[in-house]
Design a protein around this ligand. Structure first.
Ligand code: ADP
Ligand code: MG
Length: 398
C-alpha cells in the first residue's frame, strides 16, 4: 500500500522516533481512561524486540506552542510505565533529549514532553522537523488519529528519516483499505447522524465508490424534504435541498442505490420514553419529529446487509442516546455483527457517536474493525489524502 511497516525495517541498535497518540482524558492529574495508552503497547514492544530504542513523541491537549503545565505529559507517565511494564525516561526539553540520546542505554524507552509546547510543531516548521529527526535514526508513526494534520511530528520528520507505520496505524490503514480501497463487493455504506452539512464530502465520495448507501438519522430528513416530503418539526437542513438532490443524481449516475427510510418513528418530545408512533416516511405529523427509522426501514437495511460483503458505517440511524430511539441503530448493528461473526461480512465503523452507539448495542467487539480515530477516519472516508500517511509513502518510495 505504499508505506512500510515495522517488519520492513532494520531497527537493531537504532533510535526510533515513535509518534503516538496518548492524548488520554485526565482528571485532577490522573488518567481516567487508558485505552489509547494500551493500544500503543504492541508497537513499543515490537520496536524493543527488534533491538530498537523508542523515543515517544506525543501531544496532549492544545497548548498552542507554549509551555502550559496543566498539559504536561508527565501526568500520563505512571500509567504509561505500568502498561508498558518497562522503565520510561521523561525528557522535558529538546536540548535534554539531544544530550540524552548520546548517552542513552539501549532498551530504554523515552517520552518527550508535550510536543505542542513547541511553536514549530503545528506550523510544521522545517527547521523544527529537522531537529526532531536529528534525535533518531528511524521514524515510526503510530498516530493514525493525528494523520490528517501536517505537523512536524506527524509529517515533517518523515522527510528526513527512513519511515514506517506502527502496528495501530497499520491495522487502521489495512481495515480502511479492505473497506473502501480494494473492497469485496457489494459494498454498503451506512451514513447517519445529525446533519448533512457535516458530511457532504463523505456522501459525495461514498456514492462514487459503494454499491448501496443507506442514509439514516437526522440527515435522512434533509433528503426526504428535498424530495418534497413534509418532515414536520424534524431536524432538517432545508437550505441543503439542492445539495441533497445533487447527491441523489450523482448516486444514480454512479449506479449506487440510495436507501432512505420507508417508515419512521415520530414523537412530539425529545426525551427518553417519549410517546411515539411509527408512520410512513411521508406521513410525519406537522407537530412531530422523526427520531428513528421504522421497522420496514430496518427490514430493508437487513436485506441490504445480508446481500453485502463489506460494510462501512458512520453515524447512528436515530437519536440513539434517548431510548427507544436507539432501536433501528441497535437492530442494524446486531445484524451486521451476526453477519460478521458468520464470516459473511467485513464490517468497519468509526466516528465518536457511532462507536458509542455500537458499544451500546453490544456489537462493537464483533465488528471487523472499529476506528477510534475520529477526524482522520472521516477524512480518509471522504477520499482525502492524509498528510501523515502520504509522508510515510513518500519516504518508502525515496
Ligand atoms: P459521529 O460522531 O459518529 O460521526 P454524528 O455526530 O454525525 O455521528 O451523529 C450523531 C448524532 O446524531 C447523535 O447525537 C444523534 O442523536 C443525532 N441524531 C441521529 N438521528 C437523529 C434524528 N432523527 N434527529 C435528531 N438527531 C439525530
Ligand atoms: Mg459526533
Amino acid at each position: 500500500m505504499g508505506w512500510k511497516t515495522i517488519d520492513d525495517m532494520d531497527l537493531s541498535g537504532k533510535r526510533v522516533l515513535l509518534r503516538v497518540d496518548i492524548n488520554v482524558p485526565v482528571e485532577k492529574g490522573r488518567v481516567t481512561d487508558a485505552t489509547r495508552i494500551e493500544r500503543i503497547v504492541p508497537t513499543v514492544e515490537d520496536i524493543l524486540a527488534k533491538g530498537g530504542t523508542p523515543i515517544l513523541v506525543a501531544h496532549f491537549g492544545r497548548p498552542k506552542g507554549k509551555v502550559v503545565l496543566d498539559m504536561s505529559l508527565r501526568q500520563v507517565l505512571p500509567v504509561l510505565r505500568e502498561k508498558l511494564g518497562h522503565p520510561v525516561a521523561f525528557i522535558e526539553t529538546l536540548e535534554a533529549a539531544e544530550r540524552h540520546t548520546e548517552e542513552q542505554d539501549t532498551a530504554e524507552v523515552m517520552l518527550l514532553e508535550n510536543i505542542r509546547f513547541h511553536p514549530g510543531e503545528e506550523k510544521n516548521d522545517p527547521e523544527f522537523a529537522r531537529r526532531l529527526a536529528g534525535l533518531a535514526d528511524v521514524y515510526c508513526n503510530d498516530a493514525f488519529s493525528a494523520a490528517h494534520r501536517a505537523h512536524a511530528s506527524t509529517e515533517g520528520v518523515a522527510h528526513h528519516l527512513p519511515s514506517c507505520a506502527g502496528r495501530l496505524m497499520q491495522a487502521e490503514l489495512e481495515a480502511l483499505e479492505a473497506a473502501l480501497g480494494q473492497p469485496q463487493r457489494p459494498v454498503v455504506a451506512v451514513v447517519g447522524g445529525a446533519k448533512v452539512s457535516t458530511k457532504l464530502d463523505l456522501l459525495g465520495n461514498l456514492v462514487a465508490k459503494v454499491d448501496h448507501l443507506v442514509i439514516g438519522g437526522g440527515m435522512a430528513n434533509t433528503f426526504l424534504a428535498a424530495q418534497g416530503i413534509d418532515v414536520g418539526k424534524s431536524l432538517c437542513e432545508h437550505d441543503l435541498a439542492d445539495t441533497a438532490r445533487a447527491i441523489l443524481d450523482k448516486a444514480q449516475a454512479a449506479g449506487c442505490e440510495i436507501v432512505l427510510p420507508e417508515d419512521v418513528v415520530v414523537a412530539r418530545e425529545f426525551k427518553a420514553g417519549a410517546e411515539n408512533e411509527v408512520v410512513a416516511a411521508d406521513a410525519c405529523p406537522e407537530d412531530a419529529m422523526i427520531l428513528d427509522a421504522g421497522p420496514r426501514a430496518v427490514a430493508k437495511i437487513d436485506a441490504v446487509l445480508s446481500g453485502a460483503k463489506t460494510l462501512i458505517w458512520n453515524g447512528p440511524l436515530g437519536a440513539f442516546e434517548i431510548p427507544p430511539f436507539d432501536t433501528a441503530t441497535n437492530a442494524a448493528a446486531a445484524r451486521a455483527a451476526a453477519l460478521t461473526q458468520a464470516g459473511q461480512l467485513i464490517s468497519v465503523a468509526g466516528g465518536g457517536d457511532t462507536v458509542a452507539a455500537l458499544n451500546g448495542a453490544g456489537a462493537a467487539e464483533t465488528f471487523t474493525y472499529i476506528s477510534t480515530a475520529g477526524g482522520a477516519f472521516l477524512e480518509w472516508m471522504e477520499g482525502k489524502d492524509l498528510p501523515g500517511v502520504a509522508a510515510l509513502a513518500q519516504s518508502a518510495a525515496a
